[in-house]
Design a binder for this molecule. Sequence first.
Ligand code: SF4
Length: 698
Amino acid sequence: MPNNVVAKSLCPYCGVGCGLEITADNRVRGDRDHPSSQGMLCVKGATILESIDKDRLLYPMVRESLSEPFRRASWDEALGRIASRLQQVRLSTGPDAICMYGSGQFTTEDYYVAQKLLKGCLGSNHFDGNSRLCMSSAVAGYVQSLGSDGPPACYDDLERTDCAFLIGTNTAECHPIVFNRLLRHRRQNPSMRLVVVDPRATITAQAADLHLPLQPGTDIDLLNGIAHLLVGWGQLDEDFIAHHTTGFAAFAETIRHYPPEVVARRCGITIEQLEACARLWAASKRVLSLWSMGINQSIEGTAKVRALINLHLLTGQIGHPGSGPFSLTGQPNAMGGREAGGLSHLLPGYRFIADPAHREAVEKAWKLPTGSIAPQPGRTVWEMILALEAREVEFFWIAATNPAVSLPDLDRTRRALARSPFTVYQDCYYPTETAQFAHILLPATQWSEKTGTMTNSERRVTLSPAFQQPVGEARDDWQIFAEVGRRLGLVEQFAFDTPASVFAEFAALTAGRPCEMTGISHERLRQNGPLQWPLSSGSPPSTASSRLYTDHRFATPDGRARFAAVHARGLAEPPDPDYPFILTNGRLYGHWHTQTRTGRIEKLRRLHPAPFIEIHPRDATQLDIHDGDWLEVRSRRGTARFAARITAAIAPGVLFVPMHWGSLWADEAEANALTHSEADPDSSQPELKACAVQLVKV
Ligand code: SF4
């Protein structure tokens, strides 16, 4: 440990996964030894300590109905109520009436124990994580094209690429340290090219060598159009296609329908821009594609991911240094959640509920009778909302996430949350917008007070040790789940005494799986620092491969990657004469999701004091709107109000609002009051990124 450093930790915000050092005088700085971040931090990581003791939920609270005030309760009373209610619902209505909605803020240990409790011991597969809103399209795309989840590339590739292709990601604001590494690489290698595909001229796009400001919902047109040109120019890796892929003929037939003049018109770009982009793909030996919510949050998110992977298969650019498809995870441990089975169709170790052999393997490991895990995948979070509406849910447990702001179609979401007869809400902070829908509040420790692991976007597992005492009576999430399991009589299954013992049981379940972590333990992470998977037991850390598929053998049964023949479907709700604008939304540099943490940090509040709406000068002139005017934005589901910010950074006909402001932080400025819940059929990820709206000057 360097001088003056009392603890090494991990930033709990985004999936970049930056290493932190906490100094003896209680300051935070970047950990130069952390391979992912190399000593860098953005403003969120740098100010993280200020949030620890603000508005913390200190002890359990209970109430009989939503109309009553909360009263303080002991842990014994709160957990007793939870256990007896679970037992009662299980025996009367059955496990299908029990749902849990968790979070990429969980440690892997939290995720794992929650899966064991819900899917194993209670027989309910209705656990979903907020990764459903974030990365589930990337998961489905990887599985369908490559045979398994897991980003093939790593951060080292940021410095080895000769062309970074960024699509649907405002990396400069949302994954700033990844972006810093890319810019540093370009400064040192001026021939490296940065392409940004985004309807907005974001800070990321402004740094690009080529910016394609395409119309929302036309990503597949663009990607198929690039493929069309590459095939026409003979710029494909025929040997790679012949030996390592299937499905090329159907793909080639599909992209025939995407000639440049059609693609350019649909995307709202010029043929020259399209050809310039395709030429960069053709001329570059190492193209690294980065994407995030702009691709995933769509009714065709999985198809978009697959269309992007197609380009890497077409050019053989995967499994090599500096190239490959690389999803940038939103939450700090969305990756660990996927590894631990933290979506409603998954089980630990990248296993699938629908696979009988996978269920059997997990039941055996959990010492449960065969058939304990239900054979049907559980409800996604939006299906939980629909089930609440239909009064099919009798026990709803929400932890470390704020769905009363982050889910789409908020009026409908809130009405559904209010129908729950019994909701447990477990979080670090109080108040939050979701707390008003709870019958029991449980105080959880946060990152500085608990020991656990998280996996970042490049499959790197970091141990984040506790370096402070919990505030009040807060407990670790995994401890709460385990204690409820023991109260339900499952003493052996939940006899964990430390987070290290939880991780050891989880890691054993990854043996032989694509995300093998049997070579990773808390002890090894303490000794060696952060480690990437796959790493098997007994292998020295130096043998861990930074990249997947270096031998071009993919995780499909025949070892070949799959081309996808996908056509563009466009937006679920395109603009029309009644709702003539497309509203998109996104994050700002200094805020995180619904501001549960960043809203309590003075410096970040000053950085982004208020929400706003971006509108193009042409549209502003037509509607006689001036900078700062208050605008009411109406969709078919709700309304919100924002001050106008007139800028040519947004295309005509498109509007942008930040997604961070819930009712706790501003009046009527919620992006999700306007969004719809239509979702991708493969990933069930809602199309949060686009809806049709009308504008009224207030
Ligand atoms: Fe934290 Fe992400 Fe910023 Fe790194 S880039 S300091 S992980 S918020």
